[in-house]
Design a protein around this ligand. Structure first.
Ligand SMILES: [Zn+2]
Length: 261
């Protein structure tokens, strides 16, 4: 498909990207517009939608890669002279991209742990024997630990602790701590400004299951806490089955980590 031509044709139908268009939220009209675009450039409906979807996902990925949020992405779009994503579209893709990134990270962590186990088996015949008998056996390894923060000066909202295998130098586990949740901050402000009542706030709190805040101490205390959490969950998760469980737990909050003991 000629993508340049596709973009030119899409630009002719402002309903497809202009959020101020009176029928922007009318999916029937939008589908008709897509059909017109498709008729001109000669592609199937699904292909057209996939390309539009792909561009949106890539914009969200760009924001993730640069460590930016929606407001920054909007500015970038403005400077480039391209239509900005609608906030709701951004949020929808942001969620999907985040889940995909977590899954990819966990798969990578799983592969790393396998490499570490293999490395110890290569240098220690006893470990090799143990793993031959039980591929999921917990083995003794030597690790070091380090922590860092999103910004300096012990004022960061976010910190990360990392567990590193000494033999291979590979990261085998990590723990991210956050003492800030944007949703909580927004609701807290609304309560303070009396835009919502105490009861409304309380009932919202009860339904707020995906709170980003998982630590209540100072940012200075994050390093110690992240080590404590990782060491508390030390158990072998070397099988794909267990990694699956790990993925679920990562998305829910507390995690179980490295194949170490
Ligand atoms: Zn929260």
């Amino acid at each position: 498909m000629d993508e340049e031509r596709f973009i030119i044709e899409v630009e002719k139908h402002t309903i497809l990207y202009d959020i101020t268009h009176q029928y922007y939220k009318d999916n029937v009209r939008k589908d008709k517009a897509w059909c017109l675009v498709g008729g001109v450039i000669g592609v199937e409906d699904e292909t057209r939608k996939d390309v539009a979807f792909d561009v949106n996902v890539r914009m969200v990925l760009l924001a993730h890669e640069l460590g930016l949020g929606y407001a920054a992405l909007k500015k970038i779009s403005k400077v480039l002279g391209i239509p900005a994503l609608h906030l709701k579209t951004y949020q929808r893709h942001d969620k999907r991209v985040t889940v995909a990134e977590i899954e990819r990270g966990l798969e990578s962590l799983h592969r790393t742990r396998e490499q570490v186990r293999q490395a110890y088996a290569d240098v220690d015949p006893d470990v090799a024997e143990l793993l031959r008998e039980d591929a999921e056996a917990v083995i003794n390894i030597s690790v070091s630990f380090d922590g860092t923060w999103q910004k300096r000066g012990f004022t960061s909202h976010y910190g990360i602790g990392v567990c590193i295998d000494i033999l291979t130098g590979l990261v085998i586990d990590y723990e991210i701590l956050s003492c800030y949740c944007h949703a909580c901050a927004l609701k807290g402000n609304a309560k303070q400004e009396q835009k919502i009542t105490e009861e409304e706030y309380d009932s919202w709190r009860q339904t707020h299951s995906d709170c980003a805040r998982n630590f209540a101490g100072s940012s200075k205390a994050m390093e110690q806490e992240s080590a404590k959490r990782m060491w508390a969950r030390r158990k072998s998760l070397s099988t794909a089955k267990k990694v699956k469980r790990h993925q679920q737990e990562m998305q829910e909050g507390p995690t179980y980590g490295a194949g170490m003991d």
